[in-house]
Design a protein around this ligand. Structure first.
Ligand code: NAP
Length: 303
């Protein structure tokens, strides 16, 4: 049997991923949307979140697909109204506000799921299993994509709280923090800020344990989302955002990539078991990079 769910913020990721994932799910039925402009065919659409919460008491789960800065107020209102909440990544604009949501969800007895879609990429669990208990010698992230292609015209990514290149870069960090058997911490960062923007367009990070990350939002043509991890027993390479895996030079069959369907499967498990799932490790690395980073001003960026 399906349970009713409401999607809030009908923009790029809601349409590209959330709507099809819910449509294909045996657990969920898209029963309402809340958005100022976006709608989904055949689904009751609200513009006012408070009105939806009052008029649709049967909807127990709210999935928030807004950008991070406006998300907190919606999450708090949903929790106060006794609803379970799913947060798109990154889970908030600041670490403190996500911790506050954890506290509020605990008090209200509802589930809070801070999703990391890249952790659900089909190669990630197998990479984690293979690395468990092994001695990692080093790791390199190369995450280079074209911001015009993935965030067309989305000015918020370059506004404070939009994270700039860390918006995709945090996906790589969510995989790194999932698969490494031991935690690493940031030692230094170099950040490139376009002279007309508030967030970085490129970043180079160095972590403890010979771990590095090279993030760039100016890559046209083929896109690169790769993580290599070295061990004495061979290298693990996750490519295509974690959906391709090779170990010791041999390609591993990791099945079909279903990141967003897997997030909705997980939300069903959490609601059933009455648990929350919030891991702030990727966001802490981004926050540390913005604290420690040496800044360089580069040429202006225009969409
Ligand atoms: P988006 O299309 O720019 O925004 C989503 C929707 O949120 C908008 O259509 C808008 O709907 C609503 N919204 C925007 N600003 C708002 C505000 N200040 N107050 C209230 N509502 C607001 O962004 P997106 O690309 O879908 O990204 C949303 C989240 O998903 C981000 O956290 C992003 O990191 C994550 N994500 C994005 C991608 C991607 O490829 N784009 C991939 C994975 C995850 P209305 O104007 O109709 O209200």
């Amino acid at each position: 049997m399906t349970a009713p769910i409401c999607l809030v913020g009908i923009g790029k990721i809601a349409k590209d991923q959330h709507v099809p994932a819910i449509a294909g799910s045996a657990d969920w039925d898209l029963a309402a949307t809340v958005s100022r402009a976006g709608t989904v065919n055949g689904v009751p659409a609200y513009q006012d979140f408070a009105q939806m919460l009052v008029e649709r008491p049967e909807i127990e789960v709210i999935s928030l697909c807004l950008p991070p800065v406006p998300r907190f107020d919606y999450a708090k209102a949903a929790i106060s109204a006794g609803r379970h909440v799913m947060l798109e990544k990154p889970p908030g604009a600041t670490i403190a506000e996500v911790q506050e949501l954890q506290r509020l969800a605990g008090e209200a007895g509802v589930c809070l799921f801070a999703t990391w879609h890249s952790r659900m990429a089909c190669g990630v669990a197998a990479a984690k299993d293979w690395l468990a208990g092994r001695n990692v010698l080093g790791a390199q992230i190369v995450w280079k994509e074209d911001v015009r292609r993935w965030h067309p015209g989305q000015e918020w990514v370059f506004e404070p709280g939009g994270m700039g290149v860390f918006d995709p870069g945090i996906n790589a960090l969510s995989i790194l923090t999932e698969i490494l058997p031991e935690a690493v911490f940031l030692r230094s960062a170099e950040l490139e800020f376009p002279e007309n923007r508030q967030t970085p367009i490129a970043a180079k990070l160095k972590f403890s344990g010979n771990v590095s990350a090279d993030l760039d939002w100016r890559q046209e043509g083929p896109q690169t989302w790769q993580i290599k991890v070295q061990t004495a027993d061979g290298d693990v390479i996750l490519d295509a955002g974690g959906s391709l895996l090779s170990i010791g030079g041999e390609a591993i069959d990791v099945g079909e990539n279903r990141e967003y369907p897997a997030l909705y499967d997980r939300m069903a498990e959490l609601v059933q078991s009455g648990q929350s799932d919030v891991d702030l490790a990727p966001m802490i690395h981004v926050s540390d990079a913005l604290t420690l980073g040496r800044r360089t001003i580069v040429e202006p960026f225009h969409f």
